[in-house]
Design a protein around this ligand. Sequence first.
Ligand SMILES: C[S@@+](CC[C@H](N)C(=O)[O-])C[C@H]1O[C@@H](n2cnc3c(N)ncnc32)[C@H](O)[C@@H]1O
Length: 245
Amino acid sequence: MSLPDTPVAPDTDELAAQPNRTHIRSFVHRRSHITQGQQEALDRLTAQWAIPYAAQRLSVETAFGRTAPLILEIGFGMGETTEKIALSRQGDNFLGVEVFNAGVGSMLKRIEASGLQNLRIIQHDAVEVVRDMIAPASLAGVHIYFPDPWPKKRHHKRRLVQPAFIHLLASRLAPGGYIHCATDWENYAEQMLEVLSGETLLTNTAEGYAPRPDYRPQTKFETRGLRLGHGVWDLIFVRNDQIAS
Ligand SMILES: C[S@@+](CC[C@H](N)C(=O)[O-])C[C@H]1O[C@@H](n2cnc3c(N)ncnc32)[C@H](O)[C@@H]1O
């Protein structure tokens, strides 16, 4: 899927250059265009709707002011899908994690325009957010929609859906909680299926790929892609009752 700002491949080995870093990031910092409206939303609305990253467990009840099933969305981009899902599932709390300013600014604008009350944002690397802020067995669901495909083989190590991260995510799911991934890159879909199927805490809800559930709206990119004959693959796995290690 093409986005306004495309990831830039790094030319040095990140871990070698930064020995304190524990994982290879699925994104690369780059200068990206931000509109005046997005910047204005960032300046004015961040304090109200965003939660700062901290290396400590998040109090979900304090953050949302209520107790409800918690759905984590990783990499919401411009927030189009997130807004629609959060509006249609008002009984759930949504925690959206995204790294780039333009996307966060856009999501903040959407929260204000549609009066959403059940969505909070953390602007930080999702791997660290899940590791440090999300308690084990606390999530009702995880959405990872069209993550950066990193198509070149030498960049596959940057893909978000890797065994270690999926194991971490699975440990944060409550029993019966789900992980829902979608991609329009066949090779990444195959990797997702292999990685998710290989995680012993998870069980596939389908024989292989799942049909797109009604709650996930088709995006504009996806509609265009499908018209051009491109595929889209959904994968929905649930956490079984074993205790996470
Ligand atoms: C290809 S876009 C998809 C956006 C959106 N989910 C959609 O379907 O339109 C992937 C997004 O994931 C974000 N992202 C990548 N790695 C991330 C990470 N480790 N933590 C948070 N966001 C991340 C990127 O900034 C980008 O906005």
